[in-house]
Ligand binder design. Structure first.
Ligand code: URA
Length: 192
């Protein structure tokens, strides 16, 4: 099995799709490589591309708030994206780009062996849970794949744009907190 270090270095040099031509930095992933909980976003935005780290722009600041609502912190979860390079003007990643990149996330998942996966937004949910996933109807529901519990939340950008979605997300986050408490309560300790 490849190591985290080998995978990261391969990913940082990736030329598998055209996003390599326009990126500033590859955004591999961040967090605790021993975590039981994996958050998956869609792809880097402007700030992420500049800094090489996922969820560091406005959506990322809101993700930190969402985590803190249920006593989580970046240091006790792992955060990655479906595509590791920024799609121009933040458009949705094309299927061809997702296909070229998904192997990295698959291997990250194999190395991490998470008990719980949280898809952030429609694009991640359609790729990970079901190609016909409807985020407005199915956010907060639990799915199971290969022994992993999976749910989708509204993307933090959607919650920034539309505060009316926040109360539903609060309920979803509480469901996530309960699932973590049930399956991997040690996630809540050792915040620092
Ligand atoms: N949106 C995402 O989906 N991922 C990031 O890393 C940043 C913004």
């Amino acid at each position: 099995m490849i190591t985290w270090e080998e995978l990261e270095s391969r990913c940082l040099h990736c030329q598998n799709c055209a996003l390599a031509d326009t990126r500033t930095n590859v955004v591999f992933g961040v967090g605790n490589r021993q975590a039981d909980v994996l958050f998956i976003g869609e792809g880097p935005g402007e700030q992420e591309d500049l800094q090489g780290e996922p969820f560091v722009g406005p959506a990322g600041q809101f993700l930190d708030v969402m985590l803190s609502v249920i006593d989580l912190h970046r240091s006790n979860v792992y955060i990655a994206n479906i595509v590791k390079c920024r799609p121009p003007r933040n458009r949705d990643p094309l299927n061809i780009e997702q296909d070229a990149c998904i192997g990295y996330l698959r291997t990250q998942t194999a190395l991490l062996k998470p008990k719980i996966i949280v898809c952030l937004g429609r694009v991640a949910a359609m790729r990970i849970i079901d190609k016909d996933f409807r985020i407005t109807r199915q956010h907060g529901q639990w799915f199971e794949r290969a022994g992993i519990q999976i749910m989708a939340l509204y993307h933090p950008s959607a919650l920034l744009r539309d505060p009316n979605k926040r109360p539903e997300t609060f309920v979803d986050l509480k469901r996530l907190q309960a699932k973590i408490q049930e399956l991997c309560p040690e996630t809540f300790s050792n915040v620092f």
